[in-house]
Structures are given as C-alpha cells and as structure tokens.
Design a protein around this ligand. Structure first.
Ligand code: RTP
Ligand code: MG
Length: 142
C-alpha cells in the first residue's frame, strides 16, 4: 500500500478544551505523520465551501455556526492507509456511538461538537487538502 494523505481538522470544541497536543499525539503514535498544519478561524464562506456537499442537509447551518465559533487546527496527515487510519482513530460521528479509546469517545460532547474532522475517501482527501494548502505548504518526509 502506497503512502496516502488525508485532511484532518481539530474542531473549535477540542481547541477550546486545550487538547490539540493530545490529539496530534494520537496521530503520531498511530504512525501518521503531520506534513502540513495551520491554525485559523474559518470565515463563514470558507466553512460553507468546505462543507458544500452538506448544503441541503438540515444540520448545515448549525455545522457552519459551530465550525466558525472559534479557531481550528487544520493538518495533512500522511501514512499507510491514512484516510482509514484517521477515521479509525476518530471514531463514529456521534460520540455516543464512538468506540472506547477513539478521539471522539474521549474528547467530543455531541454530534455537532465532535472534536475532529477527517476526509472520508481518497477523493475527498485530495479535494480537502488542496482547499486548505498550496503544494509548497506541504512538507512530505524527505
Ligand atoms: P466529518 O466530516 O466532520 O469528519 O464527520 P463525518 O464524516 O463523520 O460526518 P458527516 O456526515 O460528513 O457530517 C459532517 C459533520 O456534520 C455534523 N453532523 N451533524 N445533526 C446531525 O445529524 C449531524 N450529522 C452530521 C457533524 O459534526 C459531522 O462531523
Ligand atoms: Mg464527513
């Protein structure tokens, strides 16, 4: 299996909880490498564009409200099967259903404030990585 990349976001609830380091540490311990990262406060426009696939969903406004409520940390993770490996570390979307020991089970409060985002496929990952990072902002293992 070739190296893969995925986009991860530490959402405003986890940033407010001061667990950025603990979450990054889980990625690293699982063998994923952080090859790009930035902290930023999303504008509504940027958040709406990112979640455009959910535009017609009833939770869209709440999702955008939440994602713009405070700063986030956005990173590109690189590793074997990175998309799936990150989804496994995150746990289910609803923290109530997330397996013990996953990021969402340990740090998330609700389906809205669910601590992290991770790309759901290689195709989404390619789109989401380029939504936040220029090629020269990504520093793969040399
Ligand atoms: P994410 O995109 O954040 O990694 O999460 P996901 O794939 O597990 O969930 P997705 O279906 O893509 O939904 C994106 C985010 O929208 C919020 N959501 N709320 N109230 C609801 O029924 C509901 N469903 C989804 C969640 O915050 C989810 O992470
Ligand atoms: Mg998703």
């Amino acid at each position: 299996m070739a190296l893969e990349r995925t986009l991860s976001i530490i959402k405003p609830d986890a940033v407010a909880k001061n667990v950025i380091g603990e979450i990054e540490s889980r990625f690293e311990k699982a063998g994923l490498r952080i090859v790009a990262m930035k902290m930023l406060h999303l504008s509504r426009e940027k958040a709406e564009g990112f979640y455009a696939e959910h535009k017609e969903r009833p939770f869209f406004k709440d999702l955008v409200d939440f994602m713009t409520s405070g700063p986030v940390v956005v990173q590109v993770l690189e590793g074997e099967n990175a998309v799936l490996a990150n989804r496994d570390l995150m746990g289910a979307t609803n923290p109530q259903e997330a397996a013990a020991g996953t990021i969402r089970a340990d740090f998330a409060q609700s389906i809205d404030a669910n601590a992290v985002h991770g790309s759901d496929s290689a195709e989404s990952a390619a789109r989401e990585v380029s939504y936040f990072f220029a090629d020269d902002e990504i520093c793969p293992r040399g």
